[in-house]
Write a protein that binds this ligand. Structure first.
Ligand SMILES: NC(=O)c1ccc[n+]([C@@H]2O[C@H](COP(=O)([O-])OP(=O)(O)OC[C@H]3O[C@@H](n4cnc5c(N)ncnc54)[C@H](O)[C@@H]3O)[C@@H](O)[C@H]2O)c1
Ligand SMILES: [Zn+2]
Length: 362
């Protein structure tokens, strides 16, 4: 049985399907959507040799006309120059307004393909087939698509919802352990921000999750998608509630920026950020000390190094203030009242942050 999570966004609503082995069923899953007959698969050089042929052959056998477009793996493909090249390839392949773009890959491919789909011919249909844990629980859900500029990440983008998300958990078998773990950080985040029951399940089932046990994976990914879908359907364009998804991200983003995105995977940086946020929550949100300890223990058991990097505090602070989500240079934190309930706060001071990072570094 697939899990189906519905994202309720009026006429932009769509389903997220999650199960082991869904790639082979793509034609049946796509058929009810009445998409056009031309499909451009956008993928990266790591994912392409593993999964693109199977997807292309399945769609071709079902009478779709398919072109495959492969970009280099990694964040650098979320660029204007790669996007420019893809627009030209799609024009060469004679895609029309009824054609659709299918993103087959992690968050990089999803963000890039979504950006292309949102803009090529003023918008064509978009299908997400995420192949990383992070993409399954986070980037493929919610409709944020973007590319980077040399001046910063995700500076050019759109809100553009897919018509469907098909998450085949079998693809995670080939995902390197480090990438998988980075996705687990976001999974733990969902427990902290929204669902104490999920958090407790993660405490119980962490070894099975880390071993990619199909049943646990399916259940946990579906729950994370439900949470993100719920948050996004209440605040599609990030004017309020959606901010809670940034628990751990104020410090996490700063760590990524200061280390120039070369040392930490996103999930590794936010794991450190979540420990900082949990400690700040104890002071400003009333989070019990025992719950701070539970959050830290779960992250540690998942294998994260929770020691902040050895960089100057002023550098981190600058990065926090210049984050595009900071309001006019003010510091904004998502804090927890308890596990499963968070709120946004402007009350955190520089010295509070310094103190919690210092505790972590000892
Ligand atoms: N749109 C959103 O709401 C949102 C949310 C969070 C993150 N993001 C974006 O997502 C991106 C990060 O996504 P990511 O962590 O998936 O990174 P990624 O897409 O770079 O994938 C990580 C690595 O795993 C490889 N890979 C992917 N699937 C694989 C598989 N099944 N087997 C083996 N290797 C595989 C990729 O080639 C890549 O080398 C960032 O650009 C970030 O900005 C977007
Ligand atoms: Zn994140």
């Amino acid at each position: 049985m697939s899990s189906i999570v519905h994202v309720a966004l009026g006429e932009r609503s769509y389903d997220i399907l999650i199960r082991d082995g869904l790639l082979g069923q793509l034609p049946e899953l796509l058929r009810p959507l009445k998409l056009g007959r031309c499909c451009a698969i956008l993928t990266d050089a790591t994912v392409s040799p593993r999964y693109a042929t199977a997807v292309r052959d399945a769609l071709t056998a079902a009478a779709w006309s398919v072109s495959v477009h492969t970009v280099p793996s990694g964040e650098s493909s979320k660029s204007l120059s790669v996007a420019g090249k893809l627009y030209e390839e799609l024009a060469e392949a004679r895609l029309n307004r009824r054609s659709f773009v299918l993103a087959l890959g992690g968050g990089v491919v999803g963000d890039l393909a979504g950006f292309i789909a949102a803009t090529f011919l003023r918008g064509v249909d978009f299908v997400q087939v995420p192949t990383t844990l992070l993409a399954m629980v986070d980037s493929s859900v919610g409709g944020k698509v973007a590319i980077n500029l040399p001046q910063g990440k995700n500076l050019v983008g759109a809100f553009y919802q897919p018509r469907i998300v098909v998450a085949d958990t079998a693809t995670l078998a080939s995902l390197p352990e480090r990438e998988f773990r980075a996705g687990v950080a976001e999974v733990i985040k969902y427990g902290v921000i929204y669902d104490a029951v999920l958090f407790a399940e993660l405490e119980r089932e962490l070894p099975a999750l880390m071993a990619k046990d199909a049943a646990v994976l399916g259940r946990v990914i579906a729950r994370c998608c439900e949470i993100k879908a719920d948050v996004v359907s209440k605040d599609e364009r990030e004017s309020g509630l959606r901010e809670i998804l940034n628990f751990g991200h104020t410090v996490g983003h700063a760590i990524e920026a200061v280390t120039e995105y070369g040392t930490y995977l996103h999930g590794e940086a936010i794991a450190i950020g979540m420990v900082a946020a949990a400690r700040l929550s104890q002071k400003h949100g009333g989070l019990a000390e025992a719950d701070v300890a539970r959050i830290e223990a779960l992250l540690r058991r998942a294998g994260f190094d929770l020691q902040p990097p050895d960089v100057s505090f002023d550098q981190l602070l600058d990065a926090m203030r210049s984050d595009k989500k900071a309001r006019d240079g003010g510091l904004r934190f998502v804090l927890a009242r308890r596990i499963g309930e968070v709120f946004s706060s402007d009350a955190v001071s520089e010295s509070d942050i310094k103190e919690v990072l210092h505790v972590s570094r000892r």
